[in-house]
Design a protein around this ligand. Sequence first.
Ligand code: CP3
Length: 659
Amino acid sequence: MAKTVPSSTDPNGGSPRRGFGGLRVLSFESRLAADTARLIRKAGGVPIEAPALQEVPIGRNEEAFAFATELLAGHVDVVIFTTGVGTRGLFKAMETTAPREDLIAALSRVATVARGPKPVAVLREIGVPVTVKAAEPNTWREVVTAIEESPQAITMKGARVAVQEYGASNRALVDELESRGAIVTAVPVYRWALPEDLFPLLDGARQVIDRTADVLLFTSASQARNLVTVLGERGLETAFREALPEVVVASVGPVCSETLASLGFDVDVEPETHKLGSLIARTAEVAGEMLIERRSRLRESRPVTTAARATTPTTTDVNDSPFMKACRGEPTDYTPVWLMRQAGRYMQEYREVRSRISFLELCKKPDLAAEVTVHAARRIDADAAIIFSDILLIVEPMGLGLDYVHGDGPSISRVVRAARDVDRLLEVEPEESLSFVFEAIRRTRAELEEHIPLLGFSGAPFTLASYIVEGGGSRNYTLTKSLMYQDEGAWHAMMSLIARAVTKYLCAQVQAGAQALQLFDSWVGCLSPGDYERYVLPHTKAVLEGLPTDVPVIHFGSDTATLLDLCVQAGSSVLGVDHRVAIGDVFERFPGVAVQGNLDPVVLFTNPDIVREHAKRLLDEVGGRPGHIFNLGHGVLPATPVDNVIALIDAVHELSSRG
Ligand code: CP3
């Protein structure tokens, strides 16, 4: 490729010729964020601003005051100024306790050392003579050399040296000075904190993980340290490090590079001149070719994509898969795991699809629904896939209106509030009205790895009734229960109609290719056992009795600790429990019943270590009993870090391995 990039000695050089050629450049710079973005753009790149730190002035700077006192008392021999901003900050802080002229006079009597041109400029401006200037590249090594070789013959032994600190303290410089016999005092001026708004940094990190960023630009060591801290705290570190071979890492200078190396980041570019402009120009010059070369090498060494992580099957017969075996209560080589809502907003790829199309449209486009289903299962390496759809789609063919209002969840119109409303509900003939679901199942089944079972699902009669009556989510189910208590006839008529629809719908999903089913009774936990038995049990039972006997059915409910006996009575092969119950007790109470669950979804907000610990506790509680399908106690929440989800699945596979 012809090199028509701006030369490294001409950082702002002319018009954007080839340069970055449209590469996406992540910049961690804060104070100079706008300048950096401008330079990136000028060099032909697309800047992604992800500030990794903010400067926090030290409120009442006791160290600066103490230093001023010592300086004025003549107890200081050498002062090292390391940064321009720091020099100014230190002077400002001291000025609040001592007169300016006295400080200038005192500084004029000591040896002043400037690490680079910026502190030189500030000292000149203040009126303080500079005794020694360190040479480029202005690291601590040049500082020490400059002092040692200065014409003023400064003796280090016994010298009282003050070092103005910038951000993190410079241990290497202090050690070096002390090893030469100096008595060193560090004077901090400001420190680096994490930015208050972490969103841009996290979003930048996600772009690296999602392979939508190409170049990482570090302009200080603190940025790298803060980045790693944030990644660790958010459970993103592993995924971020996995993505590093696919990006170019550029560092402004040797101190920054050393820090990056110590954090395990290989630095690809460091310009000869340690300036922002040179960094960007040099990186623009080499990044494109570097990326082409390393990405093609990676592709060659990795012929299969994420699906390669899928646990290697010993058989391709889906009926012998760990999930199907566990549903039947048979022993498995490891505990199968999948997650409710495994395809959802916590996953960047899903959010991308959703940015182009509404949720309802997505559900009705079999191609896309299949793609989302398969991608999610592969990405997290789940042992089962669940068809991408929603429990509420069935209300449309009943003659009701359905919409998903951004941020507010589902909204149903023409709701049922009384007997006459029940009378106008339509019987559902799902083959036609919900044909897109069956088509999505067929396409998913064709695409999905043969040994991964595909689950179909439906809402259970009570949960669907609650939406049909309330019109959306509810806290107290006042309208639903009022109808139930006040007009038992209308209630049972509605529940029977729903049960018939659900039965037909689930049977048709099996016909289309679903190999197991889940019945979601998400909100039934609001009922007492007595009410469940009277108003719900007969209908759920009717559904379960109407399904093919050779297809495993998971009967899931939330908040059902007091209803479990009745849920088992309803007669499904697998009982799905939420995180409010002790899973070991469930196994004890219902011998012979397979159990799915039940990690608290919020555990996934922590980090991979804590996730693993909780996975282990849960597996220990189950104690290797056959018939356990690992899942959450409810669906994956939208703000969950995808890394923690992957860490969970990996941990379950590894910790439960009996093979
Ligand atoms: O990955 C999967 O689990 C498959 C897809 C799936 C969705 N909904 C997709 C969805 C499944 C199995 C459901 C079931 C569902 N839907 C239930 C039962 C499970 C549960 O969580 O209790 C319920 C109660 C619903 C009703 C529903 N759908 C609600 C309350 C909401 C809004 C709340 C929310 O989380 O956004 C939906 C929308 C919905 N269903 C989304 C997804 C991925 C989010 C829509 C979006 O992209 O904006």
